[in-house]
Design a protein around this ligand. Structure first.
Ligand code: SF4
Length: 369
């Protein structure tokens, strides 16, 4: 069914409120007081020996010239996890030295948050963007959740606030609201249920309603609308990485090599998805490449994910249009080390908002189960 309408902030009078990710918290005296000594960051034969097995994992995507600058951080981070009783979660869009060399758990944002509920460590370091760290905190309220750079935002999460959701509810009374997990805790607290890009259609249909408000990604909303008979009301949010791809770009790849397989994320515009051989979430895209083992694959998503898949599957030639997420790229090895040394930057959520947001996230998880 064609999408019923897409609304944005221009359609409402609204109160301005900064997204929490916009606030950078300096190191506090308390954080300084509990700091561990900063480890040596020299490239030595011992560092080379201790990290050789990790370099094996990434040698297809990180050159021998780059590795001596990364390896001392990799060793220091891995050695500090135990004294800090910490586990490192890394999103599929993190760079290979983080994803393959220091992360304990990798995956999409929801996989990370769910897996984090199963670990015994008391501290979670989230290598991803702020809404992901919030989701981990929502599901793990008694653990300390740290993000190496709290400025790591997201164009989707910052496109909408809890106030916007309340205004939408006033405009469309009684219409249930689904929020993509790429939203702040404030927004999750105002909606009926959350969804991911892999279960969005299932979540919308689970509500048994003729019309559903789906926010904030207008392109994911259009994708869902194309797959269901439920009337979808969208919001004018977009992922600044995926909205840059065009159908012309994909046609050019196919003209250059008709045998190429093109796989795309549903946050892309409809003309892009129309050209793709497969559309799916990051986890589904990775599984698709593992299963199909095609010779050449164009991965239409954030380009570090193609690097991570390339490191795992060197026989598949990954064509990676290099659209980087500037927010994901705020997370670096030096900042992860700082997180462990200073225990910063801690993610906190008002307990009342966290309780309401947890209901929306858990409703989705229970539906999945
Ligand atoms: S890739 Fe897009 S959706 Fe993901 S964090 Fe970056 S801006 Fe947000």
């Amino acid at each position: 069914m064609p999408i019923a309408g897409i609304y944005g902030r221009d359609d409402f009078a609204r109160s301005g409120r900064a997204h929490p990710a916009a606030m950078l918290r300096p190191v506090s005296p308390a954080e300084r007081a509990r700091a561990l000594p900063m480890p040596s960051l020299e490239w030595t034969p011992e560092v080379e020996r201790a990290t050789a097995h990790l370099y094996e994992r990434v040698k297809n995507v990180i050159t021998p010239v780059e590795w001596p600058f990364m390896a001392p951080y990799v060793k220091a981070i891995n050695e500090l996890k135990a004294p800090r009783n910490a586990v490192i979660l890394a999103h599929n869009y993190q760079t290979p030295e983080i994803f393959h060399c220091v992360a304990d758990i990798v995956g999409d944002s929801l996989q990370l948050a769910i897996e984090a509920t199963k670990v015994k460590e008391s501290t979670i370091i989230q290598c991803g963007v702020h809404f992901m760290a919030e989701t981990s905190k929502i599901l793990n309220p008694h653990k300390t959740v740290l993000i190496p750079d709290s400025r790591a935002g997201c164009s989707l999460a910052s496109s909408i606030t809890g106030d916007d959701v309340r205004l939408l509810r006033e405009r469309f009374p009684g219409v249930p609201v689904v929020a993509y997990v790429n939203t702040s805790a404030d927004v999750k607290a105002e909606v009926d249920i959350c969804c991911t890009s892999s279960n969005a259609v299932q979540v919308v249909e689970s509500l048994n309603a003729p019309t559903v408000i789906f926010l904030p990604d207008q392109y994911l909303a259009k994708y869902v609308a194309s797959k269901t008979s439920v009337k979808i009301i969208g919001w004018k949010g977009a992922c600044e990485v995926h909205e840059r791809f065009t159908g012309d770009e994909l046609r050019a790849y196919r003209e250059a090599d008709p045998s190429v397989q093109i796989i795309a994320h549903p946050e892309c515009p409809p003309d892009v998805l129309a050209e793709a051989d497969f559309t799916g979430s990051t986890a589904h895209m990775i599984n698709w490449v593992r299963k199909n083992q095609s010779k050449r694959v164009v991965m239409i998503t954030e380009c570090s994910m193609a690097d991570n898949v390339q490191a795992e599957l060197p026989d598949v030639e990954m064509v990676r249009p290099c659209n980087l997420c500037p927010h994901m790229k705020r997370i670096t090895l030096p900042k992860i080390l700082d997180s462990l040394v200073y225990l910063r930057e801690e993610v906190t959520i008002d307990p009342m908002i966290a309780d309401k947001a947890r209901r929306s996230v858990e409703r989705m998880i229970n539906l999945k189960n």
